[in-house]
Ligand binder design. Structure first.
Ligand code: GLU
Length: 428
């Protein structure tokens, strides 16, 4: 996790800036600058060889004024309580900006899931639920997948919670596998949501998407479906993606000047997002340095990996052709880099708006769980498109009306909604 800044300091800095713009009162800032609750716990797990390994776990609940806390659980070797705090805070703004009746939460475990066997992973996720089950629930806090966690893991977590609670409780977690309480369209949701916002930005900027090129950082769930969406919905070309190579312990950019085929690349990518570079080379792809994606001569940059990737060092490599940055990842741009992007007049689709498609379909999943009635994929994606387009329009309107940067406008829309809920509940 290459990080120029502490992610939580970055989240607080962004908040403070907009709190000043909005003239928020000190006591309101005191509530919103910090998570309301956090849980730190150790998870002992029996390994396949009989030994016990103890993992550090976290669940942070930032603010539940608008509804149950909501947000993924990340399994990453470089996880820290501050990254989880930042991500939980961004979830509050994310749910508010797309107007979901949910708050913000996030979980994390310090682990590289690629080092565990399937049964070790199952015991770890069940252990996570055993540690936290009294503090989560469909009306308290609803976890979901994120970096390093999968729908299968969500299925095990739901099962463990249901056993402990003594009743089938599908709404305790979202991102479950289809057929096990999951929603159609959840897998595609975040990446497709990114593309719906890019489409809206292009309409606003009067760009012809079929003539546009994109460079994507990452090739996990978000990047994969953003690539498919850019090629199939917008009819544009994606000239590269990047990925973390576990064997070489570094990242690479995988490029093709006349456009990558996302389905082919997915067919040679393992479950942790590592691309088989020999097969990619044999199919005519170039394997470049991990930072090469950011310097590509393209119209759209889509950082869809981890936080802190567009920073004071890398920002200067952005080509003068770039008109849109669509933040598929959470927190990919540091405040220093953001300032330069703003000065250059690049149109920013900020993370908690751009990547809100995942949590939006998570919300649809919990609604379907409550009704015990499931929608078709077309219905899910059409509702997703509508939510994303309405949210984009609200943020754009705020940006134009207040003459502010898109990130600040997204914060203004989100903070106003959370403050209103706190007022209505009598917290402030
Ligand atoms: N982890 C995803 C995010 O950062 C999805 C959260 C959810 O579905 O609750 O938005």
């Amino acid at each position: 996790m290459a990080m120029a800044t502490n992610a939580f300091e970055m989240a607080q800095k962004q908040f403070d800036h907009v709190a000043d713009l909005l003239g928020l009162e000190p006591q309101v800032r005191e509530i919103l600058r910090w998570p309301l609750r956090e849980y730190h716990f150790r998870i002992p797990v029996r390994m396949d060889d009989g030994t016990i390994r103890v993992f550090q776990g976290y669940r942070v609940q930032h603010n539940d004024a608008r509804g149950p806390n909501k947000g993924g659980i990340r399994f990453h070797p470089a996880e820290t309580v501050d990254t989880v705090r930042a991500l939980a805070t961004w979830m509050t703004w994310k749910c508010a900006v797309v107007d979901l009746p949910l708050g913000g939460g996030k979980g994390g475990v310090i682990v590289d899931p690629a080092t565990l066997s399937t049964s070790e992973k199952e015991r770890l996720v069940r252990g996570y639920v055993q540690a936290i089950w009294k503090n989560i629930g469909p009306r308290e806090d609803v976890p979901a997948p994120d970096v390093g966690t999968t729908p299968q893991m969500m299925g095990w977590m739901m099962d463990e919670y249901s056993k402990l609670a003594g009743q089938y409780t599908p709404g305790v977690i979202t991102g479950k596998p289809v057929g096990g309480g999951g929603s159609l369209g959840r897998t595609e949701a975040t990446g497709f949501g990114v593309i719906y916002t890019v489409r809206e930005a292009m309409k606003h900027l009067k760009m012809d998407s079929s003539q546009c090129l994109a460079a994507i950082q990452g090739f996990g769930n978000v990047a994969q479906y953003a690539a498919i969406g850019f090629v199939e919905m917008l009819k544009g070309k994606v000239v590269c993606v990047s990925y973390w190579d576990r064997d070489d312990r570094c990242s690479y950019t995988v490029s093709k000047a006349d456009g990558i085929d996302p389905h082919f690349l997915m067919s040679i990518t393992d479950q942790y997002g590592s691309i088989d570079k020999a097969k990619a080379k044999a199919a005519g792809y170039a394997i470049e340095d991990g930072d090469a994606w950011i310097a590509k001569d393209v119209d759209v940059l889509i950082p869809a990996a981890l936080e802190g990737q567009i920073n004071a060092e890398t920002v200067n490599h952005i080509s003068s052709r770039v008109r849109i940055i669509a933040e598929g990842a959470n927190g990919p741009t540091t405040p220093e880099a953001d300032e330069l992007i703003k000065q250059r007049g690049i149109f920013m689709i900020p993370d908690f708006l751009c990547n809100a498609g995942g949590v939006t379909v998570s919300y649809f999943e919990s609604v379907q769980n409550d009704m015990n009635f499931y929608w078709s994929k077309e219905e899910v994606l059409q509702r997703l498109d509508e939510k994303m387009s309405v949210a984009f329009a609200a943020v754009l309107e705020m940006a134009e009306h207040e003459k502010v940067y898109m990130r600040d406008a997204a914060y203004m829309v989100a903070i106003n909604r959370v403050v209103k809920a706190m007022q209505l509940r009598g917290w402030i």
